[in-house]
Design a protein around this ligand. Structure first.
Ligand code: HEM
Length: 445
């Protein structure tokens, strides 16, 4: 099994890794963005360098787009499908062999809906999406508030905390684990698994990282199989149990859906909450504004999503010849990176794009939740969690300060922090968490 996984790694990550590293050594900004340290810590200056070279970049394996209108159009265009795990540029014999290697279910392996085109995509997405309507999500408001209060109560008064491990990660993991019916005691297990599985979203990860991800996905597979079996015999009311009972998806598809919801449901929202904290602390005028006018929190969260998106990029495959005008022709079979972070910093769409401005009128038009048929199912839930968690944190600890530099995770697709030491300072007297600024009505609901 190990040898088969090694072949799969070589085709999916090993060869692209070699190519990207060679380009990186030559100073290529695209390669620096995908596999260099700067791409992880400050991708935005590299994005501007790549953007300056033209609307669509031609890379060794395909293309990359950074401008707002183009990225949005690609995501909404049926001439583009989801990317294949193994790039078409990999030599055919290796590619054909590697494609036959079946990996344990994971968010970027079919039948995960991320990796499916219509009509299969629609069949897999529909039953899951129906559990995430804005109305259904708004009903979770009280639970999100309770979870937030419990976490803040558990923080040491006048003490220190890691705002990622103790807070930003805990709010979304608690909510999604409950939605999927997992016992509270297993949350830490999922945090650990998530930590080693999410690197699979990147291009060119190391063999060691791939092995660790495979071990975790195999363990998750066993856990999920037992969980699904249990729900079949003892149905409950959580959304996953309803999905299992509906009979619309088979066991492999149910595992894939649970994987996507776990992966997409907490890592990303953890990054949203985590990215917001240093941004607001670094812009005290903006923080003062939302403190003075709490109805501005939803707008501030949209601006965080635009300015420092938790998912920096996605990718598509060109299905048929596409003429983008101005002499740009895309060839079928090639992949195209769609830079959500680049789109969000496009000055043609967002004037003065590198300024963090919680009053920005069109911030909500960011592409951080994608667009088109794969647009994020959990956007309302992520907004709900952030709009409760962030005001509650800043209200409970008015003197909150970072204690040194927070540490970024070493990933390029998902953009967030892994560790954020902070001095909490004196807690505010009131123990109640402020209610969401506009009742439980979320932006966009
Ligand atoms: C701030 C938090 C979040 C961000 C930034 C985010 C971002 C995204 C993006 C960019 C996509 C589209 C990917 C593509 O087009 O290739 C996506 C899809 C998806 N998201 Fe989210 N997401 C977040 C939270 C959530 C939550 C909380 C859930 C569920 C609990 C969720 C579930 C999904 C699912 C199931 C898809 C796949 C949709 C499809 O392929 O049809 N996401 N998300």
């Amino acid at each position: 099994m190990k040898a088969r996984y090694a072949v799969r790694w070589a085709a999916e990550h090993g060869l692209p890794r070699l190519g990207l590293r060679a380009l990186h050594r030559s100073g290529d900004p695209f390669a620096r963005l995908l596999c260099g340290e700067e791409g992880r810590t400050d991708p935005y200056s590299l994005i501007e360098q790549v953007r300056a070279a033209g609307g669509v970049q031609t890379t060794r394996t395909g293309y990359a787009a950074y401008d707002y209108q183009l990225c949005r159009a690609i995501l909404r265009d049926r001439r583009f499908g989801v990317r294949t795990p193994i790039d078409p540029a990999v030599p055919a014999p290796l590619r054909r062999y590697a494609e036959r290697v079946v990996l344990p279910p994971n968010p970027i392996e079919a039948p995960s809906m991320f990796m499916m085109d219509p009509p299969e995509h629609s069949r897999l997405r529909k039953p899951v999406a129906s559990a995430f309507t804005p109305r259904a999500v708004a009903r979770l408001g009280d639970r999100v508030r309770e979870v937030t209060t419990e976490l803040l109560d558990a923080m040491p008064a006048h003490g220190s905390a890691d705002l990622i491990g103790d807070f930003a990660a805990q709010v979304p993991i608690a909510v999604i684990a409950e939605m999927l019916g997992f016992p509270a005691a297993d949350r830490e297990l999922f945090l650990r698994w998530g930590d080693v599985v999410t690197p699979l979203l990147d291009v060119g990860i190391s063999w060691r990282a791939h092995r660790r991800a495979m071990a975790a996905t195999a363990a998750m597979q066993g856990y999920l199989a037992a969980h699904i079996e249990k729900l079949r015999h003892e149905p409950r009311e959580d959304i996953f149990s309803v999905l299992v009972s509906s009979g619309e998806l088979n066991t492999t598809e149910l595992m894939a859906s649970a994987n996507v919801l776990m992966g997409a449901g907490f890592e990303t929202t953890m990054n949203l909450i985590g990215n917001a904290i240093p941004l607001l602390l670094a812009h005290p005028d903006q923080l003062d504004l939302v403190r003075a006018e709490p109805q501005r929190w939803p707008g501030a969260i949209e601006e965080v999503l635009r300015f420092d998106p938790p998912v920096q990029m996605t990718a598509r495959r060109v299905l048929e010849p596409v003429d983008l005008g101005a002499g740009v022709h895309l060839q079928p079979g090639k992949s195209i990176i769609v830079s959500l972070a680049g789109a969000n910093r496009d000055s043609a769409k967002f004037p003065d794009p590198h300024r963090f401005d919680v009053t920005r009128a069109n911030a909500k038009e960011h592409l951080s939740f994608g667009s088109g048929i794969h647009a994020c199912i959990g956007a309302s839930l992520a907004r709900l969690e952030a709009v409760h968690a962030l005001p509650a944190l800043f209200e409970r600890f008015p003197d909150l300060r970072l204690d040194g530099d927070p540490r970024r995770r070493g990933l390029s697709t998902l953009h967030g922090y892994e560790h954020m030491p902070a001095r909490l300072g004196r807690p505010a007297d009131a123990r109640a968490v402020p209610s969401a600024p506009s009742g439980d009505r979320m932006p966009g609901s």
